[in-house]
Design a protein around this ligand. Sequence first.
Ligand SMILES: Nc1nc2c(ncn2[C@@H]2O[C@H](COP(=O)(O)OP(=O)(O)OP(=O)(O)O)[C@@H](O)[C@H]2O)c(=O)[nH]1
Ligand SMILES: [Mg+2]
Length: 437
Amino acid sequence: MQRTRNGRTAHSRSAPPPALGRAKQRAFCIGALPSGDLAELGELLRTAGVAVVGELVQRRDEPHPNLYLGPGKVAELKELLAATDANLVACDDELTPRQERNLEKELGLPVIDRTAIILDIFAGHAHSADGKLQVELAQLEYNMARMRGLWTHLERLGAGRGVGGIGTRGPGESQIETDRRLARDRISALRRKLEHVRSNRAVMRAERERAHLPTVALAGYTNAGKSTLLNALTGAEVGVRDRLFHTLDPTTRTLRLQGRAYLMTDTVGFIRKLPHQLVDAFGATLEETLRADVILHVVDAGVPEEELVEMTRAVDDVLEEVGAGDRPRILVLNKADLLDEDRRHELAFRHPEAVLVSAVTGEGLDALGDRVATEFERTLRDVELLVPFSDGATLSELHDVAGDLEREDTAEGVRVNVRLPAVMADRFGRYAANGAG
Ligand SMILES: Nc1nc2c(ncn2[C@@H]2O[C@H](COP(=O)(O)OP(=O)(O)OP(=O)(O)O)[C@@H](O)[C@H]2O)c(=O)[nH]1
Ligand SMILES: [Mg+2]
């Protein structure tokens, strides 16, 4: 796993840092789960370049507050660890600093949690300046909460940095203060930079709106096939790989449907228990993308129904969280080429409103295009505007969007009846003549 900007990771604290190299890391997976398994944690580790050498699940509704697993289970885990060559323990949930510290002490091995793994993958996959800033912000926030734990822990191991001297409250303490201050400074600097990037984006959005292009956003669970679908529909050449969180930076391409041009944007994939630090850091970008006229919720239909429902729900939750829950949405069941007849029938029965496609073979893509066009037409609003004669710019803009206008000159101005995208209808609300603006 790679090191964070400020030089440490959750797991480098009590073991030699990964001089071992990525593939040399051998993780033993643990989970306190009411149901399900650790397959996804294994996938995350594989994506991060870590091998999995064993796993232990405890069925429980809530993790143990001190140790994550119950004390008896931890004893069992210790024995299992002794029988493998694991040099790392990976946990399926985000741990509290206390749980992490206690577990490391009990097990004598570094422990990393799900959040640290996901943050590490994001750090490795971020390419744009924007993406890197967002990941760094999320990492700093994750580390901030752990600094105190880290230093007291190092002190106990006799590894605290000797900074002593008159007036200091002990080496660990003063170092924490310095680190916290540095981290806080860096966090504000990052927020400022992101704010700046965002204001540029607001300018781009304004330009786009001026171009009157409706937008379609691809959202969905990681590895569902969003980028493959973007490529298939628009002829883009976005990177596609069978690994988690391959796409971090949204790509936008033009899509033509029934004579109308749309802008289609790919987004970062979601996952169950998506770290809140990432939702915070990526929230603005997501919100921006997902303010689309239509959202395509892409699902991997090649997984069992139970998992499909769970993944769909995880995505719905994030959409809700970033304020896109109310956007028009189409459920796209992708990877149809992997399904047998029985499963196709079952899907048609269980998700009658969904569109079944294969981004690889092209099956169903025409039908999907039609659905997008229909869905978009449905978002158009009939508005009646009264535009002053003096505002020729608005009149010509309305012409651009809606083509021929139904218009009538009156004493107060031009009375116009048009069908407009909701965003534009809002923008011209000041001229609304029928109160619907
Ligand atoms: N069989 C089959 N495989 C597909 C299909 N669409 C995508 N895949 C495969 O699924 C994997 C993930 O595809 P991506 O397009 O990278 O998925 P994504 O949703 O963009 O993933 P992230 O960017 O990681 O969130 C790749 O191995 C694709 O080749 C499909 O229709 N059928
Ligand atoms: Mg992708």
